[in-house]
Design a protein around this ligand. Structure first.
Ligand code: GDP
Length: 358
């Protein structure tokens, strides 16, 4: 499965956030038998459509999609040079498919800041500098070799150009991801660059920030095009122990409509380039995870490889049409259920039944 690595300076609230994530994992009903690794938190992707579908189909249970987070041991200045935890840190981060950087914006004189003051810009710079330096090293090692291969006609000049342009971006102190629109990301996919991974910034905030859309916009603008999530890690870890209703009240008091963990799951899922489609029946209503842009047979393959191999067609109704019709039969009668073939590209909210040869 695709995972999101959680990084951040010491004392910014990573453990607090991760603790909330893992406690939610343990509580997640659909993971009773899974072995849970200590540094992995699996959270449900919130999806209100599932309950509605389960109602229509009288499903016994609901299985939401999930998002996996990996806690990556603390980054320190000098990590890119392999000091202390550095090497293990870099190895772990290389394995993650996206990076969620926790940034402290909460004020609390009882919690010591490693640099003596709360300064999100400087904190992000510290982390990103380490990642950028690691990537520069990777490219500086790769480019001379590639130059030889290109002059020997054993490699593509376009690859070399892409590497050189990426190095220029890094030398200017920018991450590859932040300049993805002007770089040849397809070529860069051949080399493992940490800053080419999609970034999410998790601002660990207090009421001051959570209550100020202006301050949030300022911070979000600072990191765009990367996504931002604003939450209070301490509050999130308290919410896990509350009933759904109590949790909702507590969030409302803080001016939030959705818990930070839910937001993080949603943003993370999107950032990983994933989407879901839905299946429903008397036994279960379920969300299945596919890459954005997956075709119907590829989507079928997520359920079972035999479904992909023997794919004939997919019977599809959009969630909205199904709900408007009230039942599958009514949707069919209204002509809202389509038969799609092997070239169909799945849309978010498709409710699907696959027809296949075994
Ligand atoms: P880590 O080193 O990044 O893993 O940080 P921790 O999760 O251990 O948090 C460091 C300290 O900050 C702990 O004493 C936490 O209780 C506290 N802390 C974490 N999140 C928050 C928050 O949102 N608000 C406040 N006031 N304190 C927090």
């Amino acid at each position: 499965a695709l995972t999101i690595g959680i990084v951040g300076l010491p004392n910014v609230g990573k453990s607090t956030l991760f603790n909330a994530l893992t406690r939610q994992t343990i509580l997640a009903a659909n993971y009773p038998f899974a072995t849970i690794e200590p540094n992995v938190g699996v959270v449900n992707l919130p999806d209100e459509r599932l309950e509605k579908l389960a109602e229509i189909f009288g499903s016994e249970k609901i299985l939401p999609a999930t998002v996996s987070f990996v806690d990556i041991a603390g980054i320190v200045k000098g990590a890119s040079e392999g000091e202390g935890l550095g090497n293990q840190f870099l190895a772990n981060i290389r394995e993650a498919h996206a990076i969620a950087q926790v940034v402290r914006v909460f004020e609390d004189e009882n919690v010591i800041h490693v640099d003596g003051k709360v300064d999100p810009t400087s904190d992000m710079e510290t982390i990103n500098t380490e990642l950028i330096l690691a990537d520069m090293q990777t490219l500086e090692n790769a480019i001379p070799k590639l130059e030889k291969q290109v002059s020997g006609k054993k490699a593509d000049k376009a690859t070399l150009d892409a590497y050189r342009e990426a190095l220029t971006v890094l030398e200017a102190g920018e991450t590859v991801f932040s300049k993805a629109s002007s770089l040849d990301m397809e070529q860069l996919a051949q080399i493992s660059l940490l800053t080419a991974k999609p970034f999410i910034y998790v601002f660990n905030a207090d009421e001051g920030v959570l209550g100020s859309p202006e301050r949030q916009k300022e911070l979000a603008d600072l990191v765009a095009p990367a996504e931002s999530v604003f939450l209070d890690a301490k509050l999130e870890s308290d919410l896990v122990d509350l009933s759904e209703e109590e949790a909702r009240e507590m969030l409302e008091l803080n001016g939030q409509e959705e818990s930070g963990l839910d937001q993080l799951a949603r943003v993370g899922f999107n950032t990983l380039g994933l989407q879901t489609y839905l299946t429903a029946g008397p036994k279960e209503t379920r969300a299945w995870t596919i890459p954005q842009g997956a075709t119907a047979p590829e989507a079928a393959g997520v359920i079972h490889t035999d479904f992909q191999r023997g794919f004939i067609k997919a019977e599809i109704v959009s969630f909205d049409d199904l709900v408007a019709a009230g039942s599958m039969n009514d949707a069919k009668a209204a002509g809202k259920v389509r038969l799609e073939g092997k070239d169909y590209v799945m849309k978010d909210g498709d409710v699907v039944e696959f027809k296949f040869n075994v």
